[in-house]
Design a protein around this ligand. Structure first.
Ligand code: NAD
Length: 256
């Protein structure tokens, strides 16, 4: 499929794609002519979610923060589809507690998935893209890190998640600076409140009104409203954009 944001013949790894934003993103990538490597801890759910896409998707079940799983997955993706042109570090968890009640385990779990996981995939996919650059492909790929307005403003009860999501902004800038010499771009998207299983509690009766009051556009978004920007950043049409972040949040980052 040609046109703005085309992903024709591109293969993109999307972590955390059994549900929510990752699942919607795989659908969008396919609709733009691409193929996806879908990764998730929940193998049964992943296979069920990906079943409509047939051989356009390779599903791999495992933990994004397991170094052996990451290395094997990138190898499998390359041997299955020939190359990997995009990576979306999307897998995420929350472990919510006020600072004085947060356990070290809750802190470590969240940093492990969002930061260690994103680092391992960036490294493994980066090595593959650098090899392709050295073999003559001057635009071997793009990486998008899925952060949050929590990483821009902080979030009450989420010191672990806020730190991890701010950390992804630093990772993006470091990756963009290191990999620019190989033609590899790296950007961040910062979501506000998107209607997925992750946000069920904050969209529920107890928090709903307060959450909506902080969103200038006055509503949360559907996953399909955030995927076009991610695909654009992955595409060659964004060829001069790197080290950038864009909030897809209905204006939350400018609300008081
Ligand atoms: P979700 O909970 O609906 O889906 C996350 C997926 O990641 C799940 O399928 C889960 O199984 C998978 N996952 C979790 N830990 C994993 C691991 N260790 N290894 C492999 N897979 C793992 O979440 P979502 O709302 O779709 O969020 C996607 C991303 O966007 C996350 O990084 C999240 O922090 C970020 N985000 C979401 C929102 C929102 O409003 N939904 C807002 C800001 C940021």
């Amino acid at each position: 499929m040609q046109g703005l944001g085309s992903l024709e013949n591109k293969t993109v790894i999307v972590t955390g794609s059994a549900q929510g934003i990752g699942a919607a993103l795989v659908g969008k990538i396919i609709s733009l002519g691409g193929r996806a490597v879908a990764v998730d801890l929940n193998g049964d759910k992943l296979r069920e979610t990906m079943s409509p896409y047939g051989d356009r998707v390779l599903s791999l079940a495992g933990d994004v923060a397991d170094p052996d799983f990451v290395a094997e997955s990138v190898e499998k993706a390359v041997s299955h589809f020939g190359a990997v042109h995009g990576l979306c570090n999307n897998a995420g968890i929350t472990r919510t507690a006020m600072i004085e009640k947060m356990s070290l385990d809750q802190w470590n779990q969240v940093l492990n998935v969002h930061l260690t996981g994103a680092f391992l995939w960036t490294k493994a996919v980066g090595i593959h893209m650098i090899e392709r650059f050295k073999a003559g492909d001057k635009t071997p790929g793009a990486i998008v890190n899925h952060s949050s307005v929590a990483g821009l403003k902080g979030s009450i009860g989420q010191i672990n998640y806020s730190a991890a999501k701010s950390g992804q902004l630093g990772m993006t800038m470091a990756t963009a600076r290191e990999f620019a010499r190989y033609g590899i771009r790296c950007n961040t998207v910062c979501f506000g409140v998107i209607e997925t299983p992750m946000t069920e509690t904050i969209r529920g009766d107890k928090f709903r009104d307060g959450m909506l009051a902080g969103i200038p556009l006055g509503r949360w978004a559907q996953p399909d409203e955030v995927t076009p920007m991610i695909c654009f950043l992955l595409s060659d049409d964004a060829g001069y954009i790197t080290g950038q972040y864009i909030a897809i949040d209905g204006g939350v980052h400018i609300s008081v």
